[in-house]
Design a protein around this ligand. Sequence first.
Ligand SMILES: *[C@@H]1O[C@H](CO)[C@@H](O)[C@H](O)[C@H]1NC(C)=O
Ligand SMILES: *[C@@H]1O[C@H](CO)[C@@H](O)[C@H](O)[C@H]1NC(C)=O
Ligand SMILES: [Zn+2]
Length: 297
Amino acid sequence: MLFVCLVAGFFTADIISAEWTYDNQGNWSPSVCIEGPHQSPIALSTSLAEEADFPPFRMDGYWQNMSTILQNNGHSVTIRPNHQKHIPRIHGGGLSGKYKLDHLHFHWKSEHTMEGQRFPLEMHMVHYHEKYSSYQEASDYAAEGGVVVFAVLFYLSPDDVEEFNHVLKAVLHVQKHENQQTELDGFVIKNFIPMDVAGFYRYNGSLTSPGCNEGIIWTVFVHTLPISQAQVDVFRSIRTRHNKPLEENFRELQPLNDRHILIKISPVGVSAGQNLFAGNANVFLVIFISIKYCFSG
Ligand SMILES: *[C@@H]1O[C@H](CO)[C@@H](O)[C@H](O)[C@H]1NC(C)=O
Ligand SMILES: *[C@@H]1O[C@H](CO)[C@@H](O)[C@H](O)[C@H]1NC(C)=O
Ligand SMILES: [Zn+2]
């Protein structure tokens, strides 16, 4: 049986295990999942990475209020643009050419780790080169840079995060069964991307679910965003085809082997969650300078 991988939404001619789950990762097929030298996810850390300079990203259409379809595909929750005239596009950041957004989806807990830390949630934004007519076509050219994935990691916040409420209401509509879908209007992707995208890891990896295609260019943003445990629990409540809650859907870390990890360091700094507090830091700096000025003047 030819299985259609819905997490990444691509087709492959290889036979993929009729039913892959996060409990049988050692048996995933095709064989590249087990034997491929350049698989994802990997452990990221500044000490393993070589510093590199890349031009800034240019994001077009990420602030728009999009009409989307949200789906429970049995392995994740996916969100894809629906009848969108203006598909979000990204370029820069050392990528050659422009890449269009195909869909985004979530993993709980995170697949990548940073400095040994696994985060409660990771979002993947899957893009394909605009010279291809669809993601399906581009994924045949994954080895030639046809597909790029951007990852955002989310840290645990004590409070619910307003931006997620709207999405999670839609998740509750598709919670019961695999392949249920619902319309999600007013979705603004930029609300789920850190303000500071200047700091990121870059490496060559693979899709993190079968068929595990290699040649995927990964960008993992260094800055993270908040989500509450109660909100993560809504993702964890979606049911698989076996009518069981999908409690976790992350792939185990894969060996780095001969690969290089590059990092572009944001001039603003690299600590997790810093973007949230940068505003306050500036206020303190202004107060400090004012006080100093008063006393020295
Ligand atoms: C987004 O569009 C929907 C209708 O398509 C509208 O109801 C909603 O208020 C809009 N939201 C924003 C933030 O503009
Ligand atoms: C990824 O692979 C391409 C093609 O082999 C290579 O040019 C590029 O430097 C690699 N990127 C990284 C971050 O190692
Ligand atoms: Zn993913």
